[in-house]
Design a protein around this ligand. Structure first.
Ligand code: C2E
Ligand code: CA
Ligand code: CA
Ligand code: CA
Length: 275
């Protein structure tokens, strides 16, 4: 029982069944979570490495489940993507994030993560513009973070979406750069304002002379093309100094702050403006 044997044992594997059951549960409950007010958006500062000031907050969704406790997005975003719930969920996240950001000083932007499925849904660009209008947030204060996986099937829908919103002033950031299907072609084709270098280049086992040289090269390109280069996952002062020396303009990570609820984000802003 060699051929196909592995698939069969895996199918009956207890942990896998448990995972499947949990996914089903999550899928069903996710649809109700918004109405039940179990989801909330947390905000993590993105800091200017020259001045130390907050330039942006990334909106990160949190789910406080009545029985399961706090669920990480890595646990339910993939389920939301597979089941299509991400479109409803994503609209809600964008609307909430825009409403919160409308309360901040005018030079602070908000970054929202977008799943490929959201972008391909009909009327996606219009939905985002409507959310901005309802919140009273100028399009130039919204940044949409997309990953390279979006470009795998390089469809017309993607370019129409990006071009339509860019024309209105919405900014785009290329997220998790260096982890996937990195191609300079995407940077050449689309008007990214920001590139976020993945945390794996900053901390972890693969960090060394090579990763440093890569960050340096990306930062060099960023300065020529007038794009911000963000280093993600900064946890120590040494990491902050290293990426700043390498030419990154912005930084994000636990060294500065974890993602915090909206009232704490507002407090961080007022502290730095009115010390
Ligand atoms: P991401 O877009 O790469 O977001 C950054 C993740 O890194 C966040 O995890 C953040 O809490 C974490 N992080 C930030 N600083 C540090 C650090 O210094 N050290 C370490 N170890 N981690 C740090 P989070 O909030 O669990 O989000 C995980 C992923 O879930 C995100 O990765 C993003 O891909 C997805 N996600 C989160 N919120 C949303 C959302 O609203 N919509 C969509 N479509 N995806 C989302
Ligand atoms: Ca992100
Ligand atoms: Ca990222
Ligand atoms: Ca990520």
């Amino acid at each position: 029982a060699k051929v196909g044997g592995r698939a069969q044992t895996r199918f009956f594997d207890a942990t896998m069944t448990r995972d499947l059951v949990r996914r089903r549960e999550i899928e069903g409950e996710l649809r109700q979570a918004i109405q039940r007010d179990e989801l909330s958006i947390f905000f993590q500062p993105i800091v200017d490495l020259e001045t130390g000031r907050i330039r942006c907050f990334e909106a990160l969704v949190r789910w406080f489940h009545p029985e399961k406790g706090e669920l990480r997005p890595d646990e339910f975003i993939p389920v939301a993507e597979e089941s299509g719930v991400i479109v409803t969920l994503g609209n809600w996240i964008t609307a909430q994030a825009a409403r919160t950001a409308a309360q901040w000083p005018e030079d602070v932007t908000v970054a929202v993560n977008l799943s490929p499925l959201q972008i391909k849904a009909p009327g996606a660009a219009l939905g985002i513009l409507n959310a901005l209008r309802e919140a009273g947030l100028p399009p130039s204060r919204l940044e949409l973070e997309v990953t390279e996986s979006l470009f795998l099937d390089d469809s017309d829908a993607t370019s129409v979406f990006i071009e339509e919103l860019s024309a209105k002033g919405v900014r785009f950031a290329l997220d998790d750069f260096g982890t996937g299907y990195s191609s300079l072609g995407y940077i050449n084709k689309y008007p990214f304002r920001k590139i976020k270098v993945d945390r794996s280049f900053v901390s972890g086992k693969d960090v060394g002379r090579k990763s440093e040289a890569i960050i340096r090269a990306v930062a060099e390109m960023g300065s020529t093309l007038e794009m911000d280069i963000v280093a993600e996952g900064l946890e120590t002062i040494e990491q902050v100094q290293a990426v700043r020396d390498a030419g990154c303009t912005l930084g994000q990570g636990y060294y500065f702050s974890r993602a915090v609820p909206d009232y704490l984000a507002a407090m961080l802003l007022s502290q730095e403006r009115d010390p």
